[in-house]
Every structure is written in C-alpha cells, then in structure tokens.
Design a protein around this ligand. Structure first.
Ligand code: KG4
Ligand code: ZN
Length: 347
C-alpha cells in the first residue's frame, strides 16, 4: 500500500519526448507549480526530435527544472509525499532520465514512487482543468505519438474504443508541415497558414469514413498530399508554392484530419450513450479542431471539454494528477521501475 492521504503533495516528472517537465500537485487537482522546459528550439534545425539530443538535454535540465518547480510551489523537498513519473510510451533515452531521477528521489526520501502511462496523463489533464468533471466521459487523445478514443467509465478505468492504424494526427501535421517547408513542430505552423486558406480547395481523402470502426488512419491522407505536390511540381517545373496555394493545401489537409476525428467522436457518442467528450494531447491546441468539435458535440446535446493549452501539451502536472489517483487506489511502483518505450494503454 502506498498509504498516501487525499491531500498528498505529489511531485510529477515528465521526460517522454522533448519537454523536460516537473510539477507539484496537491490532492490530485490543485496545481502548485508546473514547469516546462521545451527543447523545440534545439530540434528545429533537424525538422523533428533527435532522440540522442533529447536525452542529453533532459539530463542537463531535469534537476534545475525540479528545483524550479519546488521553489515556485513554495514548498521544500522534505514536504513531498510521493513521486509520479512517466515511464512510457516515449523515447527510451528520454524516459530513462525522468525514471532514474524519480527513483533516486523516492529512494532518498523513502516515499512512494508511481510509474504513470503518458496517455493516462493526457486524459487527466481534463480533470485538472475542469475539477467538476466526472466520468463517464469520452476522451479523444490526439498527440504527436497517439490518436485514440477512450471511454472513461470511472477514474482509472479506460476502454480503448479506437485508435490510429498508422500515423498519429500530430505526426501527420508534422510531416506535412515539413514537406510544405513550414518547420517543426508542424501543427501550429499548418494551423497558422491554413487560417487564410480554403478548406474545400482540395478533396484529400478521409480514411475509414462511413465505416463501422472507431479507428483512424492518416497515412493515406499524407500520401495524397505528397502526390499532389509531386504532380504539381512535374507540371509546373518548380517546387515553389504561392502563398494562396500553400494556404489552400494546409487548410484542405487540416479539414481532412478534423473531419475524420469528428466523425469517429460523434459515432462513439451514439454508440456508448455517454454524453460528455474531453480532448487531450498536443493537437488539442488546434483551434479549428476545438471549434468544430464544440459545435457538433453540443449540437447533439452533449458537453465538450477542451483544457487550456498549458495542459494539452506535454506537462508534468497531468502526470502528478494521474499518479496521485493510482496511489490513492493503493497502487505503487517498485524501485526496479524501468522505462517502457512501447507501453500500451487502455487495452
Ligand atoms: O502531446 P504532445 O505535446 O506530445 C506528444 O505526446 O506527442 O503533442 C505534440 C504534437 C505535435 O505533433 C504537434 O505538431 C501537435 O501536437 N500540435 C498541433 C498543434 N499544436 C501542437 N497540431 C495541430 N494544431 C496545433 N495547433
Ligand atoms: Zn504527449
């Protein structure tokens, strides 16, 4: 038994990809501090996250980030009741930095350690942002590594309804941004450019549309955009797109992603009878996606929740919150906890 109390102070640590993050959360819902050191600038010149660069930078940043989180919360290390850390899925070298530091703190302080699944953390971002939110709810998790739809029947119990069969939605945004010359991370760039474009200019495919499955697939969409660009280059003899054409391609691509996500969310509402939907993961920052989901979900008489941006992208407050609930349920990890890069969730 972990033996923690309902107002326990949990230190959360998150290093699964390219953000070094630490947070202090009291009682699973009150965020005292949440510090995120982003490596985006480091990886930008490579057009994506370079695992070796990421883990080295986590090593440099993790202790200062934890110190900053403790100082910002106005507490002492000695007051922390438990440590929660992401142990998967993610990049192994990155995960190992957080897991090692969390184990060292738990061992030194003789306090409980809990390994948290990163995806469960993203779901918990909603409970942090909306303290009144209670299951049952549907959760659409859309990030750079994952696109999945869960039914959260009760806290800690998740049913995987559907997931991507190939690329994650964020991964598709990043890849298309790269071929359009928009830089990394791609999602915010595509969204920015798409704002002035016509989403109906190109009829890019919506995979699995009108099929009974709640799964997603984005690799065909990615290929369709690439084919379009190649054909255009062959015809015109240049790779240069004028700004209007670029905006139309970005807007049409984004519309195809949003249509696919919306369709499956609405189908899941119908099938499960659940009447609230929450959004999580980095792609949840997309305003066009939020607005569309809000409109269509509310039109069906259900409620829609989208956390503020600080909770949708990778952060450690969501990890502390998810860890707190596992500890309160009597779960606890051994000090032999290891990083599990391909950790599954909700199966
Ligand atoms: O959850 P997250 O921070 O990290 C992972 O766990 O993957 O998600 C990062 C992903 C990236 O693929 C990024 O391009 C995407 O979220 N993203 C967006 C937007 N902001 C971030 N995608 C679409 N529109 C955005 N505004
Ligand atoms: Zn994430």
């Amino acid at each position: 038994m972990s033996g923690i109390t309902p107002d326990a102070l949990v230190l959360g640590i998150e290093t699964s990809c390219d953000e070094t993050a630490a947070a202090l959360v009291k009682g699973g819902r009150e965020v005292l501090s949440s510090i995120i050191s982003s490596q985006v600038a480091l990886h930008q010149k490579y057009g994506g996250v370079v695992p070796e660069v990421a883990s080295r930078n986590h090593l440099e940043r993790i202790l200062p980030v934890i110190d900053e989180a403790i100082a910002a919360a106005g507490v002492e290390l000695a007051e922390i009741d438990a440590v929660a850390v992401t142990y998967g899925p993610g990049l192994v070298g990155s995960l190992l930095v957080g897991v090692s530091v969390a184990k060292a703190i738990a061992f030194a302080r003789q306090i409980p350690l809990i390994g948290v699944n990163h995806i469960e953390g993203h779901i918990y971002a909603n409970f942090l942002a909306f303290p009144q939110l209670q299951p049952p709810l549907l959760c659409l998790t859309v990030s750079g590594g994952h696109t999945a739809l869960f039914a959260v029947r009760e806290l800690g119990r998740y049913e995987l309804l559907g997931q991507t069969r190939d690329d994650a939605a964020g991964e598709a945004f990043d890849k298309i941004a790269r071929v359009l010359g928009l830089g990394y991370p791609g999602g915010p760039q595509v969204e920015r450019v798409a704002r002035t474009g016509d989403p109906t200019a190109y009829d890019f495919p919506r995979a699995l549309q009108s099929e009974a499955t709640l799964d997603f697939s984005f690799s065909g969409l990615k290929t369709a955009v690439l084919n379009h660009l190649n054909q255009r280059r062959q015809k015109s003899g240049t790779a240069d797109l004028d700004p209007g054409e670029l905006a139309d391609i970005a807007a049409s691509f984004q519309a195809a992603i949003i249509d696919a996500l919306e369709e499956k969310v609405l189908l899941a509402l119908e099938r499960t009878g659940i009447n609230q939907v929450a959004l999580s993961g980095g792609v949840a920052a997309n305003r066009a996606l939020r607005e569309r989901l809000q409109q269509s979900i509310e039109q069906r008489g259900a409620r829609f929740y989208a956390p503020p941006l600080e909770y949708t992208t990778d952060n450690a407050a969501m990890i502390a919150a998810a860890g707190f609930h596992r500890l309160l349920a009597g779960e606890c990890s051994e000090l032999s906890l290891n990083a599990v890069p391909g950790l599954q969730f909700g199966k």
